[in-house]
Design a protein around this ligand. Structure first.
Ligand code: PGA
Length: 259
């Protein structure tokens, strides 16, 4: 039984003061939700204050990126140990990192292995561009991102890894994939690629989230899919009521025996 995750990727939004307000607004509604794991991924300066606010709740905390090296002359970067001091999760290989900051499958791979070494749960993002989608290359692109990105990952802890399937054309566009289409990519491409890497049992244990224009209004469509185990939410995670609703929709699906 895979416990679904609803993770909020705040991206480069919210000062520490704003982050505190947002978290304070959501905590009463999310602190004790059973059967769904909620994770906040605020920008780096907010990690410490938010981690203090989350003490005693079931809400997890994640960073949005990190470096793979232990420490040293890497101006502007966060080391795995710095992230692990406050967080249980770290988003890796988000398409915006790949697009604007030169992240490659190889750097994603180094980061995933560093996360494992520090007991962090990586949320590894994969997904195709509109052009790749329209030219029928989704399967090829996503399979490559997984086989290269998860190469030489310790199979003993591979079941803790979380994958986020985020078609790039659906991110921040208001144009989400359909539930069945997203489920098809997860079932026909992502789980088989994971099976090739780690075996059938681990491939079934790994949680695969959908991301890309998820909101309260369309969340049920994704959570009801058998192979989708939650969501990575961008824009809608910046509004307390909207994000709380998404978590509650996931909870309702769990009670129905869906996600
Ligand atoms: P969005 O972003 O929900 O704003 O489309 C999702 C993401 O980039 O993780």
């Amino acid at each position: 039984m895979r416990v679904p995750i609803v993770a909020g990727n705040w991206k480069m939004n919210k000062t520490v003061a704003e982050a505190r307000d947002l978290v304070a607004e959501m905590i009463p509604f999310l602190r004790d939700v059973q059967g769904v794991k909620t994770v906040f991924c605020p920008p780096s300066p907010a990690l410490l204050p938010v981690s203090a606010m989350l003490q005693g709740t079931d809400i997890g905390l994640g960073a949005q990126n990190m470096h793979w090296e232990e420490k040293g002359a890497f101006t502007g970067e966060l080391a795995p140990a710095m992230v692990a001091e406050f967080c249980q999760y770290v988003i890796l290989g988000h398409s915006e990192r790949r697009m604007y900051f030169g992240e490659t499958d190889e750097t994603v791979n180094r980061k995933v292995r560093a996360a494992q070494a520090h007991d962090l749960i990586p949320i590894v993002c994969v997904g195709e561009t509109l052009d790749e989608n329209e030219s029928g290359r989704t399967s090829e692109v996503v399979s490559r991102q997984l086989s290269a990105g998860l190469q030489d990952v310790d199979p003993a802890s591979a079941s803790r890894i979380v994958i986020a399937y985020e078609p790039i054309w659906a991110i921040g566009t208001g144009r989400a994939a359909t539930g069945p289409d997203a489920n098809r990519v997860v079932a026909d491409v992502i789980r088989p690629a994971l099976e090739k890497l780690f075996g059938a049992q681990t491939a079934q244990a790994i949680r695969v989230l959908y991301g890309g224009s998820v909101k309260a209004g369309n969340a049920a469509e994704f959570f009801a899919q058998p192979d989708i185990d939650g969501a990575l939410v961008g824009g809608a995670s910046l509004k307390a009521d909207e994000f709380v609703k998404i978590v509650y929709v996931a909870r309702a699906e769990v009670l129905k025996g869906g996600a």
